[in-house]
Design a protein around this ligand. Sequence first.
Ligand SMILES: Nc1ncnc2c1ncn2[C@@H]1O[C@H](COP(=O)(O)OP(=O)(O)OP(=O)(O)O)[C@@H](O)[C@H]1O
Ligand SMILES: [Mg+2]
Length: 373
Amino acid sequence: MYLSRLALNDFRSYADLVLELAPGVTTFSGLNGEGKTNLVEGIGYLATLGSHRVSGDAPLVRRGADQAILRALVHSGRGDALIEVELNPGKANRVRLNRTPLPRPRELLGILRTVLFAPEDLALVKGDPGERRRFLDDLLVATAPRYAGVRADYERVVKQRTALLKSAGAKSHLRGPAREAMTATLDAWDAQLATAGAPLLAGRLRLTEALRPHIVAAYAAVSGGSKEAAAVSYKATVPVDTGDLEEAILKAIATVRASELDRGVCLIGPHRDELELAVGGMPARGYASHGESWSLALALRLASFALLRDGQEDPVLILDDVFAELDAGRRDRLAAIVADAEQVLITAAVEADVPAVLSGARFAVSNGSVTRG
Ligand SMILES: Nc1ncnc2c1ncn2[C@@H]1O[C@H](COP(=O)(O)OP(=O)(O)OP(=O)(O)O)[C@@H](O)[C@H]1O
Ligand SMILES: [Mg+2]
């Protein structure tokens, strides 16, 4: 799949941008702060309905404006699609597909598929487990949009159950029927957590298995077959070798109720799991060098790309500022890996950092305008 047109109105530093794009490689270069990342962030937003840099929408709207509009023309095997997102911070966003409003923004997911690598991805390796859980969940949604609902349901249950644990913990003095009623309510929420958590856990486990060979291969390819291999494993808070994950969650929850009430947190479930990453047999977080961490983060994205393209169309591959951090060998190997993707969008502060084999369309980004070079 590829984008042939991108239009941004009052998005980040862009007042009014229309950009014609073609399949193959396109490079955007320009000095720091000129708007290169803003551009690819807009494309990522159209694909995922979220920014890779901020969690809320307010910073995405150009200073002084009260809404932003993003539009793109997407070409895929399923035909052409005009997608449109209107960002209204503090109010509901609106989404249109081929000029028809969609009742729920989520229905746009899957129309444009992207894999975006950005400097923020270093947090995938060095950051908290939550970063890696989000990586898995985002990728699950990209592979099957129905997981957007699975994920939202689970997050809602965890939030409500946590609130309940907090209030129940404060009422530990209750006795008799009042205590029984509270216990019954907690039991009901345990069941809800298990029901909502099982499909998410199953999805993540399957995804980790599917990703593993791609991550190992991508890391080896980027690092030039260095003897330090990458490894990944999913570490759950419940035993996952049983057939019934819902049952496994329920059983595990039953053993921790006292400490859950004590601490006012849900201790069991996919929201406490970890995707462990290692390089050369050592945990990447804490041991890997900067270059190794960067290469591993990149390998996670390249693996996502390989997985999503498997038997399907290529997602649009976006590499924000990736080359400057890599040594010459890694740059060339990365270039060779991505050169055959259907559409690759690359940003670089220094154009010369992008290997020559990735020749293609070139744009200069300067002060909110993008001109063909
Ligand atoms: N909501 C907004 N309204 C106006 N300007 C904004 C908004 N959000 C960000 N900017 C501006 O956009 C610029 C940052 O753009 P961007 O992150 O795309 O830079 P870049 O070209 O990727 O730079 P670098 O090479 O450092 O990564 C900053 O100058 C910032 O002030
Ligand atoms: Mg940038």
